[in-house]
Design a binder for this molecule. Structure first.
Ligand code: C2E
Ligand code: MG
Ligand code: MG
Length: 673
């Protein structure tokens, strides 16, 4: 043993020579081992040790030179031990040491010390704990972070696993054997208990230390990835939530249009040879009315229950989706005969036979279903979906509450619909629109008390088109505003003309469409037309429906008040088909109530309709409203109504809607009588 200045050094260790710290071989710049060693007096020394490989000797340089020197010289016993040891180590070592001159040792020691210090600084700068193990799995080096983590400096020279003594760490897998065997880096996860007792997950990256193709140990970095894993888990959760949201309808939790299309694509990709794929498009009938009159919340609850009922009558393999609004769709794969789909459609329709209970209402709903099949009706999702949609529209047009298979010629009809829209745009300028009039009769005296203006379209090729067929189109395209204003002007001009001709004063009722009613210039236009034509405002009556009022009660009430302030009457048309609460009626400035023809049709055959018509008549009287029965076709309906004190009626029994000239004749007849 030599000190840095070349003098012999003897230093005693508490536990004898720390054999495991021997890591230094000559030449000195190759591998060295730097350690902090505490002696029996608790003194700390920095040491560099070198193992002279051939002789297993130790070069041991204490850096507290003066102190060590003093001890060395003072402790003869140590000199003896050293001499003895030197003798035992034999001549070879003596030879070797002899070669190492004092200055060489000094230089080497300085270099090694600097390198060691630098290396330690570098690894101390790494935030993650780093441990270096020798082939005996003992820690020969560790950085500051590892030291802090272990909280135990004694770990140096200890078996690595024994440093983690808690219950969790013992369960961990040690990468050492794998690294030693494969000589390749491995990455594993370990559980460790943190100082505060919480469980942490570490990612261990262990790499082999190879020198001259010899395995000399392992370097292991550990990274606490608990927070990262937690973050990843929450991101994963968020991502899957987002994915779910983008593929599902959140009200009913059914697949939405995107997922439905994906499933349809997948079904087509499977390309069944001997089976059909069937697509059902389901549209709830008149659902908007529920939303308009009972509010969105009840509408939503209704949709949720409808979805549940539909789901309950389908199999797991059949996809049910909500495409939006009141539209649902079903994919049936592996359908042997397309006609089997009719059974499914029937089952779906049957689900709505019982009313839907959404407190405090019992809601009666029906649906229309369009059916199309692959490969007969289309080979790609877009065509199939469009054809099923067309079939559904057809089912609605045919009277609703039914299913309809797609037929090729239906597409021609849709094309016609677009042509119709084009034609309607030009109908006004081409003077193709007509106003017909249908008289309203005092039931007991059979006198004409008023009339309703009803629009007709005299199409150059298609002949007379009913408003039922083109008013919705006009509403959809916004053309209704101009058309409605035109009807209003025509009707008022006609009344003025008849008045000029000395015919008896008569009221004319003009229908307003929802869009027209909501339009900001409605009141101004009505006022202008009354002024332009010079009619008595009380001879004009405007017909609106329950849903138009309920759409936005405050706004509609304001409009109604403004219209009645002009002097015009206000009638509720098609009463009984909406869902408005009857008690509301008293708050609106109405003058007339028209009972819808669907009730009048069965007043003499259906007790329910008879009771309903009776109570509506009583209600109208109690609210001081005039009441008119629509759609009277038979004499017994007249008798029924007279008995219930419904004094006015309108219907084919008295007259179909007729052109102005025919109406004029009817008026003249009254005059003559
Ligand atoms: P609405 O206002 O309820 O008009 C009464 C409808 O019942 C008329 O159909 C009339 O022809 C029909 N009708 C009258 N008596 C009977 C009968 O005894 N039996 C049967 N089955 N039907 C009868 P129309 O003219 O086809 O009009 C249908 C609907 O189109 C009207 O229903 C109204 O909502 C709308 N409409 C008509 N003209 C206009 C208009 O100028 N503007 C707006 N916005 N809508 C209009
Ligand atoms: Mg009407
Ligand atoms: Mg009506």
């Amino acid at each position: 043993y030599l000190t840095i200045d070349g003098s012999p050094l003897v230093h005693t260790f508490k536990k004898g020579f720390p054999r495991d710290l021997i890591g230094l071989t000559t030449p000195y710049d190759k591998i060295f081992n730097y350690q902090t060693i505490i002696d029996q007096d608790g003194q700390i020394f920095d040491h560099i040790m070198t193992d002279v490989a051939t002789t297993q000797a130790v070069l041991h340089f204490g850096l507290l030179h003066s102190e060590l020197n003093k001890r060395a010289w003072n402790d003869l016993q140590q000199i003896l031990i050293m001499s003895l040891l030197a003798m035992c180590l034999g001549a070879a070592l003596s030879c070797q040491i002899a070669h190492v001159t004092t200055t060489e040792v000094e230089d080497a020691t300085n270099d090694l010390y600097r390198e060691r210090r630098f290396l330690q600084n570098v690894i101390d700068g790494v935030v993650d704990p780093i441990r270096v193990l020798n082939t005996n799995k003992k820690i020969i080096m560790l950085n500051q972070s590892a030291q802090t983590e272990l909280g135990n400096e004694e770990c140096l020279g200890e078996k690595c696993s024994s440093c983690f003594e808690d219950d969790v760490a013992k369960e961990n897998q040690c990468p050492f054997d794998t690294v030693a065997k494969t000589r390749e880096a491995v990455r594993i996860l370990q559980h460790r208990r943190s100082k505060d007792g919480s469980l942490a997950i570490y990612e261990i990256e262990a790499s082999p230390l190879i020198n001259d193709e010899e395995f000399e140990g392992m370097v292991a970095t550990a990274r606490n990835i608990t927070d990262r894993l937690r973050l990843e888990a929450s991101l994963d959760e968020k991502e899957s939530r987002l994915l779910y949201m983008s593929h599902h309808d959140l009200l009913t939790n059914l697949p939405n249009r995107v997922l439905f299309r994906n499933r349809l694509n997948q079904a087509l990709a499977r390309n069944p040879k001997d089976h059909h794929i069937v697509l059902l498009f389901i549209g709830l009938d008149r659902f908007t009315k529920i939303n308009e009159s009972l509010g969105r919340e009840i509408g939503d609850q209704t949709l949720t229950q409808v979805a549940e009922r539909f789901r309950s009558c389908l199999t797991e393999k059949q996809t049910l989706a909500r495409l939006g609004g009141d539209e649902f769709a079903v994919i049936i794969e592996e359908c042997e005969h397309p006609q089997n789909a009719a059974q499914t459609a029937k089952r779906l329709l049957a689900q709505l036979m019982e009313p839907i209970h959404v407190q405090p209402n019992d809601i009666y709903l029906t649906a229309s279903i369009g059916i199309c099949t692959y490969p007969e009706d289309g080979s790609d999702p877009k065509t199939l979906m469009s054809h099923a949609d067309i079939a559904m529209t057809r089912a609605k047009a045919e009277g609703k509450d039914r299913y309809q298979f797609f037929e090729r010629e239906m597409t021609q009809r849709t094309t016609r619909f677009f042509e119709l829209e084009n034609d309607l745009r030009k109908a006004l300028e081409r003077n193709e629109l007509r106003v017909y009039y249908q008289p309203q009769i005092q039931l007991d005296t059979q006198q004409i008390t008023g009339m309703e203006a009803l629009i007709r379209w005299e199409h150059p090729e298609q002949g007379m088109i009913s408003p039922v067929d083109f008013i919705p189109l006009a509403e959809e395209t916004g053309l209704i505003v101009a058309i409605g204003e035109w009807v209003l002007r025509q009707a008022c001009q006609q009344v003025a003309r008849w008045h000029e001709q000395g015919l008896p004063p008569i009221t004319v009722a003009v229908n307003l469409s929802p869009l027209q009613f909501r339009h900001k210039s409605l009141v101004r236009n009505v006022a202008r037309i009354i002024a332009e034509t010079g009619i008595n405002p009380s001879s004009l009556e405007l017909e609106i429906t329950e849903s138009m009022i309920m759409d936005s009660i405050d706004k509609s009430t304001a409009t109604m008040i403004e219209l009645t302030e002009l002097g015009a009457g206000l009638a509720i048309d098609d009463f009984g088909t909406g869902y408005s609460s009857l008690s509301y009626l008293r708050y609106f400035p109405l003058t007339k109530l028209k009972i819808d023809k669907s009730f009048i049709e069965r007043v003499t055959s259906d007790a329910h309709d008879a009771a309903l018509a009776t109570s509506v008549i009583a209600l109208a009287h109690s609210l001081n409203l005039k009441v008119v029965a629509e759609g009277i076709e038979h004499e017994d309906q007249v008798q029924f109504l007279i008995q219930r004190s419904c004094h006015q009626g309108q219907g084919f029994l008295f007259s179909h809607p007729v052109p102005a000239t025919a109406m004029e004749q009817l008026l003249r007849q009254i005059q003559q009588n």
